[in-house]
Design a protein around this ligand. Structure first.
Ligand code: ADP
Length: 245
């Protein structure tokens, strides 16, 4: 299978310090991938490089093996179908759950025009499907401000899905969630993968275990290990990095 996202030899320094150091990563279309690693391992910088927020000093970042993402800015990367969810949820607090989804639908008119436009049947069907997928149908008429932290995270994931991305990058979605919400989030991300590619950066190992996917361990800006969670977590070098011995 050809990689949908392919990084090779990627390097990025800040003031002479190599935050990303000869990083190689290959993610297939439809794959769910967890990226873990101690603080400072380079996870955020990696996401910034993929999304065009930060330009690497060297190396390749290829989309579908034919488009070099390092030459594109954030807006152009987003238009290729690469969506990013930051850690903190960002929703329209004074709008209902369904309006948040509706206003996020991929549409040529933009948000302002969408407020005054009557939705088509196809758009309403998509809103219903997305609310169902993020498990918020019972709260469709509730203002987003009244949702729990976990529900806001799911709503924002729904808003990103409404943009129909091919690749979704998700930064620590389980942070601040209850155990039950954490497990539901794992199920949600698993339901998204397959149709789309999902890369999740996460610290919570119970959550990573529930994702049940290939895990990439970053350390000092490079891949230290890759494989199942059981495999990587049993490796001496990974244990050493996590325990700081
Ligand atoms: P992680 O997300 O895994 O915690 P980061 O990508 O945030 O790691 O950071 C990797 C390293 O790069 C850290 O040592 C951090 O201090 C450094 N770094 C990241 N961004 C910058 C920046 N804009 N300026 C200087 N140093 C940075």
């Amino acid at each position: 299978m050809t990689a949908q996202l392919y990084l090779d030899g990627v390097t990025r320094s800040f003031d002479g310090f190599k935050a990303i150091n000869n990083l190689a990563l290959s993610v297939d279309k439809g794959e769910l991938r967890a990226v873990i690693g101690p603080n400072g391992a380079g996870k955020t910088t990696m996401m910034d490089i993929i999304t065009g927020k930060t330009r690497p000093d060297g190396g390749e970042v290829l989309w579908n093996m034919d488009t070099d993402l390092t030459r594109l800015d954030e807006a152009r990367v987003a238009r290729l179908g690469i969506g990013r969810k930051f850690q903190k949820p960002t929703v329209f607090e004074t709008h209902t759950v369904e309006d948040n989804i509706r206003l996020s639908l991929k549409a040529p008119r933009g948000v302002f025009a969408s407020l005054f436009h009557r939705s088509t049947k196809a758009e309403e069907t998509r809103v219903t499907e997305l609310m169902d997928q993020i498990r918020l149908t019972h709260l469709r008429f509730e203002d987003a401000a009244n949702l729990s932290h976990g529900q806001k995270q799911w709503l924002e994931i729904g808003m990103l899905l409404a943009q129909e991305p091919q690749l979704l990058l998700v930064d620590e979605p389980a942070a601040g969630m209850t155990d039950a919400e954490t497990m539901e989030t794992a199920e949600l991300l698993k339901s998204i993968a397959g149709e789309r590619t999902v890369i999740v950066v996460e610290h919570d190992m119970d959550f990573v275990r529930a994702l049940d996917c290939r895990v990439t361990v970053l350390h000092q800006g490079s891949v230290l290990a890759e494989g199942s969670l059981d495999y990587v977590s049993a490796r001496d070098d990974v244990i050493e990095v996590y325990l700081g011995r």
